[in-house]
Design a protein around this ligand. Sequence first.
Ligand code: UDX
Length: 483
Amino acid sequence: MGCKKKVLAVHVLVFPFPAQSHVSSMLKFAELLCLENLKVTFLNSHYIHDRLFRCTDVEARFANYPGLIRFKTIPDGLPEDHPRCGHDRFREMFESTRAVTKPLFREMMVSGELSLGSSTWSPVTCIVADGVMSFAIDVAKDIGIMSVAFRTISASCYRAYFSIPRLIEAGELPFQGNVDMDMPIEHVPGMEGFLRRRDLPGFCRSSNLADPILQFVISESQHNARADALIVNTFEDLEAPALAHIRTHIIPNTYAIGPLHSHLQTRLGGKTAVSLYTLWEADRNCLTWLDTQPSKSVVYVSFGSAVVMTRDQLLEFWYGLVNSKKRFLWVMRPDLVTGKDETPIPAELLERTSGVGCLVDWAPQEEVLGHRAIGGFLTHSGWNSTLESIVAGVPMICWPYFADQMVNSRFVSEAWKLGVDMKDLCNRGIVEKMVNDLMVERREEFVRSADEMARLARESVSRGGSSFCKLDRLIKDIRINSQ
Ligand code: UDX
């Protein structure tokens, strides 16, 4: 009689940075693990856990999976009413995870609260930590289990982050005084001359090398290289050069398994809710409004979960959109505008918006981008939004705000030819011109390249595709390392 195959007790702890984009991509990764019959502990901040469970019936989603998931929470050290958006706020979030979450996490793992099993839970055998929470990699190494860093940014941006010390050594950073922001950068390997100063990650614009957020990004990116493996939410056909560079010079075990939202849908046979795991209630009435619009006639406008802008900037975008005479669906997050300027929105502007514009606090973005009425996406170039637009085949107008978004918008416009880059500009004339370029003047050019890249994205997550196979390989490695 053949011996009973020992079922490996594989228990993966997935630990995202407590912010919308990080949580939504890593929870989709956790869902893929459960689909493949693994056990997962998903560790969220209290704040995110409460918001997430208020907006999505998360446990119902996992109810029928072969694998198991449990949700644990850990303090992020921030007051409940911390705005958690905007550049300076993100600095506080990074600092707080280091000051508060880091020691607590070690304690929870070493004490067994997180790592030890119960009747149904075996001890944690692998930690998959957000690439900006590298302290978790050290804990995994100290307790002798597999460690994986998960970067929620593009491979090209990670390569740029990792190269920042070289830029400092070569004197290309910091920018001293009033510099020519169009000057090409020569010391990001594989991107020599492609990135200009203005396309470097937003953190590089600090004139002070001791800037805590710049130092944080540098140390975390170097620290990721100590993990046993690296996961990047991207696909080979989109970023082959950056992935090859990372595997050769930073960490050989690098798994490109994205676009994750599309990968999850494929493995679920396409029968799954989309626009998942958001921290705000999505207003689905905008889909009914889209149903009444002509095909490819609407510009979708959304600046993600962390961008803030001044009221003047808001008005420049708004006038540019109405002057373009194109229809638009705009996500106006309640905390989008800084500074409570009480002057009312000009009545004339509201008048010109009615009938052509639809405003919502938060949209079911993946469904919106997949809607036939959508012809273009005015975006901040957050990485999830960029991938979702690529999969949907929707060309983009990029207005990056900070962090990885500067690099993403440069690749969208100059490398992948999927749209136009409005970086560092914000006036109604430019907005109007770029909307017309995307929706009319250069439409055919962008639609051709967007359709091709969408095809490659779908192929990568289909059975036998590069991301599909990489995920199988990663799961196999996690199982082997759990022995
Ligand atoms: C961005 C960067 O991507 C991230 O790397 C950085 O750490 C923080 O800023 P975010 O602004 O959240 O993150 O953008 P993005 O990566 O595009 O993620 C936003 C997510 O929210 C997307 O998955 C999008 O589908 C969803 N979304 C956005 C909605 O569901 N509805 C909306 O109305 C707007």
